[in-house]
Design a protein. Structure first.
Length: 381
């Protein structure tokens, strides 16, 4: 019996040793989705990097580069060496990929081969990616964000329909429906700004999640690759509402249809959930029509966090935005100087500034020109 088991194990190991990187990638992606329970958006990103070269994109005329499969797809997984992985990453550097993009390729390879070292997978002796170098990524750029007046200008452009392509229409019902959509988009951008929630959290928000009397928003869902799941971080949270957000929600609720507890707060004319890609496109058109500097839609969340950070402590900002760590919130705290900080600086330099001003005034009034520098002072300049 032991001989039969040993023979079966040997046969399994021999079969595993013959498996290609392509086969390993397929098994790993299935495991990620079905066993590990990775977010659909994460699996989608990994699938994209592991596509075969030359596959057309769903949108546009581009095709997939398929760099990983082109380099290693047909190779036996057990035969891939650290030197080969390192050479592959260097080829990405030479191709001009950013450090972040190179690190993404490295991350996928590392996770995939790490799965391959499991006994129930290929039983690889070691992960060939472990000895390779992670690229140094530049620090994130300083946050730029809109102020309240700029967001309201953006919303006003939406309400006027100025972001739409000019069209001659005679159907009064269609004109009214479009006008309602424009006002809805304006309030969508206001809500992203005044609540700081993510786009996916806003689009999955239902009226049962809104408590206007208590000025609270219950964030229970998010979007991942088009699927409604728990918000980022895997936990729900409660967001307190400023008066501007309450007023926005009251306007949205003042409509004829789709105001039942299970209805979406932001619904299309058929009561369905809005498409995030379409919302981003409309935001970009409205932003350009308003003459605002190019800040992404997610920048409205950055703006919310940064403005709240001006008047609140970091712990409140963290909880308001739903961050898991305070270190994530630090970026918002230091994004722009608070008004009181600028006042402190003005007070700190006020005395010296006044003395300098008085000195200049005396020289101007006296009409005398400054003394020429002595030889000693000239030599020390």
């Amino acid at each position: 019996m032991e001989q039969l088991v040993s023979a079966a194990d040997a046969e399994a190991r021999a079969s595993a040793a013959e498996k290609t990187v392509r086969a390993l990638a397929t098994e790993w992606l299935i495991w990620l989705e079905e066993v590990w329970g990775a977010k659909p958006s994460t699996v989608k990103d990994y699938r994209f990097l592991l596509r075969e070269p030359g596959i057309p994109h769903k949108r546009g005329e581009g095709v997939s580069a398929g760099r990983i499969m082109a380099a290693f797809g047909d190779r036996q997984a057990a035969s891939v060496t650290t030197a080969e992985i390192s050479g592959f990453l260097r080829s990405l550097d030479k191709e001009g990929l950013t450090a972040r993009n190179v690190n993404k390729h490295r991350e996928v390879l590392a996770s995939m081969f790490n799965y391959g070292t499991r006994v129930d997978s290929l039983g690889l002796v070691a992960n060939p990616v472990d000895g390779t170098d992670k690229r140094r990524q530049p620090p994130p750029v300083a946050l730029d964000y809109y102020e309240v007046e700029e967001v309201e200008k953006l919303a006003a452009v939406c309400e006027s329909g100025s972001h739409r392509s000019p069209r001659s229409m005679k159907d009064e019902a269609e004109i009214a429906a479009r006008r309602q959509e424009d006002c809805r988009d304006a309030d969508a951008f206001r809500l992203l700004f005044y609540t700081g929630i993510r786009l996916g959290e806003l689009l999955t928000l239902r009226w049962e999640d809104v408590q206007l009397d208590g000025r609270l928003l219950f964030v229970r869902r998010g979007l991942s690759a088009g699927e409604e799941r728990l918000p980022k971080g895997g936990r729900s949270r409660v967001v307190p509402l400023p008066s501007a957000a309450v007023a926005t929600l009251e306007r949205l609720r003042d409509r004829k249809d789709f105001v039942q507890p299970g209805d979406y707060v932001l619904a299309n004319r058929f009561g369905r959930r809005l498409d995030p890609s379409a919302v981003r496109r409309r935001y970009k058109r409205a932003r350009n029509a308003a003459g605002l500097r190019p800040i992404k839609l997610h920048g409205l969340r950055h703006a919310a966090g940064s403005l709240v950070a001006r008047t609140s402590d970091p712990v409140f900002v963290r909880d308001f935005l739903g961050h898991a760590k305070l270190s994530t919130t630090d970026r918002y705290v230091s994004a722009k100087a608070r008004p009181e900080e600028l006042e402190r600086l003005d007070r700190a330099f006020a005395a010296r500034g006044q003395r300098g001003s008085q000195r200049s005034t005396k020289e101007d009034v006296g009409g005398s020109s400054p003394s020429p520098p002595t030889q000693e002072s000239s030599g020390n300049r």
